[in-house]
Write a protein that binds this ligand. Structure first.
Ligand code: GLN
Length: 537
């Protein structure tokens, strides 16, 4: 028997209420009392993982150390807890069915009829218990994607019902719901919550705690009403009022005693003291910046901020670390042309070119990079952004005007960015990129080495293309040097310009590793360089 308590977080009334942030905030509070906690996300869609999803659908795809392509909520979990997640922390319906069908094909079910109950629900329960069975965690918090009442969520809710039945008080259900405010009558309304709890009850699940998203404070009377109609104690009705920043939510949840109620209900020691001093320090610095700096984020999904979630949050961490407010200007690469570029890019103290796939906006990205290179504006290129910097340098400095990445032009005479060898025979799209953490050696005396203060680092990847070493000598002679290398396969992971105050392109994704407790050194250094540029300007 493992020691873990299982906490389920379901959502009612509407999607996008912030189950991920509530889960991460509760986890943070429990962690701040000395408990070890992990968070898992169950996604009810049929894709095996979100790696094949367009960022417009579900926002950014987050990558773990072990190379899992996961839901962006895992990014919040890591940023809040500063503990890495893994493949086991994100499970989709597609993955569940895939493993059940593989077992059926192997003959593991010995002639049984394979059904949603018990086979699919057993597989769901196994995926939940895997984390608890490691015997590393006091709490496993499982966030169930979607909204109760959705057809596709039903097997998950049924799995919760069964676990409850099997392990009783080692299991707890938190239901996150919306309390809308009707301006015409000036009232907060509880009816949608009553209905969504009824929907949960129809599936045999009684929530223990109800967390109410609201734009106004809920009164005692409303708390009592929700308690009465939804069979919970009034102090288990928790207000989750809109916050200025997601990083405020753990403190709001602490003042509502969410962690206290969880500990009581799971019979865990509730006399432990919560220490959130560092978190509060971070929040103070974030909310009281001493200076501002303006950074342009050039990409192709700029209208949907979730597509660059981890990059945006990395700037929040770096801003707090440098006592500055980072103002991000989101710039659609397609809007950068010969006519518009000086308008679009004027007044920026730093330019970041984002990761991405495909040709759309590629030429605009090159123009932004040329502008940063020639005007000595700090430049940070991540993944595709680094590849663009290499192509720009080849075309405008090495004068190889037809240079390109073979992703954009398979027939270019100068393929300065090319498919990695092991990628050349791969056709299937799902889970086939170079994924997850790889070590990288840094060359002494380079900017990368100065920033990381280390000779060996480990960063996470998600790409198929890579710098083409055939051209390395030419690049280095002209001043673009390779400062980080994956020695085993001789892959270039970092390039930088010698004759520039801050120009760094990286093949990996540092944004996946920036957390509140550990802002990423590259983002911190980039913001510092932008602050310096700003003061000079
Ligand atoms: N499309 C590029 C590649 O596959 C870059 C990927 C990325 O930016 N994540 O290599």
């Amino acid at each position: 028997m493992n020691r873990a308590k299982y906490i389920f977080v379901t959502g009612g009334v509407t999607s996008s209420l912030g189950k991920g942030i509530i889960s991460a905030s509760l986890a943070k509070l429990l962690q701040s009392r000395g408990f070890s906690v992990t968070i898992q996300k169950l996604d009810p869609y049929i894709n095996v993982d979100p790696g094949t999803l367009n960022p417009y659908e579900h926002g950014e795809c987050y990558v773990t150390n072990d190379g899992a392509e996961t839901d962006l909520d895992l990014g919040h979990y890591e940023r809040f807890l500063n503990v890495p997640t893994s493949q086991a922390n994100n499970v989709t319906t597609g993955r569940i069915y895939q493993s059940v069908i593989e077992k059926e094909r192997r003959g593991d079910y010995l002639g049984e009829t394979v059904q949603v109950i018990p086979h699919i629900t057993d597989e769901i329960k196994n995926r939940i218990k895997i984390l608890g069975n490691e015997n590393k965690y006091d709490f496993v918090i499982t966030e169930i994607g979607g909204t109760v009442g959705d057809i596709e969520s039903l097997p998950y809710i049924e799995a919760v019902r069964q676990m409850r039945w099997e392990i009783g008080s080692a299991c707890l259900v938190i239901h996150l719901t919306l309390i809308p405010y009707l301006p015409t009558t000036g009232e907060l309304k509880t009816k949608p919550t009553q209905h969504s709890v009824k929907t949960l009850l129809e599936s045999g699940v009684q929530p223990d705690i109800i967390v109410c998203r609201t734009t106004r404070n809920i009164t005692e009377a409303i708390r009592n009403k929700i308690a009465l109609f939804c069979n919970v104690l009034p102090h288990a009705v928790i207000e989750a009022i809109d916050a200025d920043t997601i990083y405020e939510v753990p403190l709001l949840m602490r003042s509502e005693n969410l962690d206290q109620v969880v500990l009581e209900k799971t019979h865990m020691p509730a006399d432990t003291k919560s220490d959130l001093t560092e978190w509060e320090d971070f929040l103070f610095r974030y909310k009281n910046p001493e200076k501002t700096v303006s950074i342009g984020l050039v990409g192709k999904y700029v209208e949907l901020k979730d597509s660059y979630k981890s990059i945006i949050e990395s700037f929040v961490h770096a801003g707090a670390a440098t006592h500055s407010q980072v103002q991000l200007r989101m710039i659609n690469a397609e809007d950068i042309t010969d006519e518009t570029f000086s308008d679009k890019l004027s007044g920026l103290d730093g330019i970041l070119v984002a990761p991405g796939f495909g040709e759309r906006g590629f030429e605009g990205k090159l123009k932004a990079i040329r502008f940063a290179r020639e005007n000595k504006i700090p430049f940070f290129g991540i993944c595709l952004g680094m590849q663009c910097a290499v192509v720009e340098f080849a075309r405008n400095v090495l004068k190889l005007s037809a240079a390109n990445s073979t992703e954009m032009d398979p027939d270019t005479p100068f393929p300065v960015i090319d498919l990695m060898n092991e990628q050349k025979t791969i056709c299937a799209k799902g889970g086939t990129m170079r994924l997850g953490a790889y070590p990288c050696g840094l060359k002494q005396g380079t900017m990368a080495h100065r920033i990381y203060k280390s000779k060996q680092i480990s960063e996470r990847h998600r790409h198929r293309y890579e710098f083409n070493n055939r051209f390395l000598e030419k690049f280095e002679q002209a001043g673009m040097i390779a400062s980080g290398i994956y020695e085993k396969d001789n892959l270039i992971e970092i390039v930088e310009l010698e004759d520039h105050p801050w120009f760094v392109g990286i093949q990996f994704h540092p944004e996946y590793q920036s957390t509140v407790a550990k802002p990423h050194p590259l983002f911190v250094s980039f913001v510092e360089a932008a602050l310096q540029f700003n003061q000079r300007g």
